[in-house]
Design a protein around this ligand. Structure first.
Ligand code: NAD
Ligand code: MG
Length: 381
């Protein structure tokens, strides 16, 4: 039953891995959450299914030319998505769009006075300052959904931001953490999609195998938390039970542990500043062994590149993400070997991206330019 305290939620990317998890969380708490609108890019059937389950009257197919029939509000294309976000009355937008395409939806959500539950890490990587300014101007919150950042967010809020000295993001290391380096040239798409611990969308699964995902998360953390790059560390933690740690000034470490289940950070973002009971992720500690090790940057050059990009600033983070999206697309189409992904990104970053984008349009321009550079490198390979 919807009540006064029910949060009205819009889910963008409702047919994806995070979007589906979000729908399950919302369905599990009908007294607290109400789904009021949803989008998908091209999966009309999937979106219709969500709409039927929640009795939605507002939907958008952002990648289609024509809207779905039979709704009070039904739109298509990017302009339709903007209208859905801006014109739907809601408390919070969960942005689970994949890739840099999530940037403008984040801006529309905040600009129209909604809190932003952010799975789309590309938003923070490409335009962290701009979205933070917008959130401040509109008096709304950015609530991280990425499991590591959710963990850090919860921990920092408990310990107190002024006491935090260092953040340690954990990473599973993906399927290639133990492969001999001389086998990397033969990595296939099927190899890269075999993630040991998490079930996720395809693109982020490839990024986990290359650790570009962790690179993006370092850049995301740099924008979300008021600490410099030197205070953001990464450790490989094979068991994926510790979702990140925070070190306080006195040297103590605080960690968030749970089974790997994205529904937990999704629920925490949606219920912030409260917390709800949850069947997700409850961990039995007895008999558990936990391991931590430094990542080998020869094995994962994209992680080292992310730190370099974070140091350079400007539009380099935009270019890092855009070039990686182009290269991963080529790898998934079997036009580029796995080891070629980091080469394409590194060579794209040889172009000049020093100018800081001062607007969302300038971010989009830098993103488009990086894609052109990366595509040119791909063609000449
Ligand atoms: P996914 O590919 O499973 O789903 C993506 C969703 O976005 C789909 O609903 C799709 O219809 C929609 N979409 C795709 N392209 C779009 C576009 N151009 N415009 C608008 N909508 C579009 O992806 P996912 O794994 O759910 O990841 C979504 C986001 O969440 C990514 O930014 C990812 O990095 C982040 N994230 C995912 C996980 C995870 O466990 N899957 C964990 C942390 C963060
Ligand atoms: Mg993550």
């Amino acid at each position: 039953m919807a009540t006064e305290s029910t949060k009205k939620i819009i889910v963008l990317g409702a047919t994806g891995s995070i979007g589906k998890g979000a729908c399950e969380v919302i369905a599990a708490h009908p007294d607290r959450f109400s789904l009021v609108a949803a989008s998908a890019h091209s999966d009309a059937e999937g979106l219709s299914r969500v709409a039927r389950e929640f009795g939605l009257s507002r939907v958008c197919l952002s990648g289609a030319a024509a809207p779905l029939d039979g709704f009070d509000f039904s739109a298509a294309g990017s302009a339709g998505l903007e209208r859905l976000v801006r014109e739907t009355e809601a408390d919070i937008v969960l942005n689970a769009v994949a890739g840099a395409a999530g940037l403008f939806p984040s801006a529309w959500a905040l600009d129209s006075g909604k809190d932003l539950a952010l799975a789309n890490k590309e938003t923070m990587v490409a335009a962290g300052e701009l979205v933070k300014d917008l959130a401040k101007k509109r008096g709304r919150r950015i609530l991280p959904v990425d499991s590591e950042h959710s963990a850090v967010f919860q921990l920092i809020n408990q310990i107190g931001a002024d006491k935090v000295d260092e953040i340690i993001l954990t990473a599973s290391g993906g399927p290639f953490r133990d492969w001999p380096l001389d086998r990397f040239a033969g990595i296939s798409l099927a190899d890269a999609l075999r993630h040991p611990n998490w079930s996720m969308g395809k693109k982020i699964t490839v990024d986990s195998a290359s650790m570009a995902n962790k690179g993006l998360e370092v850049l995301e953390a740099l924008e979300l938390f008021p600490l410099g790059l030197g205070a953001i560390k990464v450790l490989i933690h094979r068991e994926s039970k510790v979702h990140s740690l925070v070190r306080s000034r006195d040297g103590s470490l605080y960690a968030q542990l749970s089974e790997p289940d994205m529904r937990l950070p999704i629920q925490n973002a949606l219920s912030w500043p409260g917390q709800l009971e949850s069947p997700y992720g409850r961990l039995d500690l007895a008999g558990l062994s936990l391991s931590f090790e430094e990542p080998d940057t020869r094995r994962f050059p994209l992680l080292a590149l992310a730190y370099e990009v974070g140091k350079r600033g400007g539009a380099y983070p935009v270019a890092y993400n855009a070039a990686n999206e182009v290269a991963v697309g080529a790898f998934m189409a079997e036009r580029l070997p796995f080891v070629g992904i980091s080469e394409v990104v590194a060579r794209t970053l040889e172009s000049d991206f020093a100018a800081r984008p001062e607007s969302f349009d300038a971010v989009a321009e830098a993103d488009a330019r990086a894609r052109r550079v990366a595509s040119g490198i791909l063609e000449r390979r």
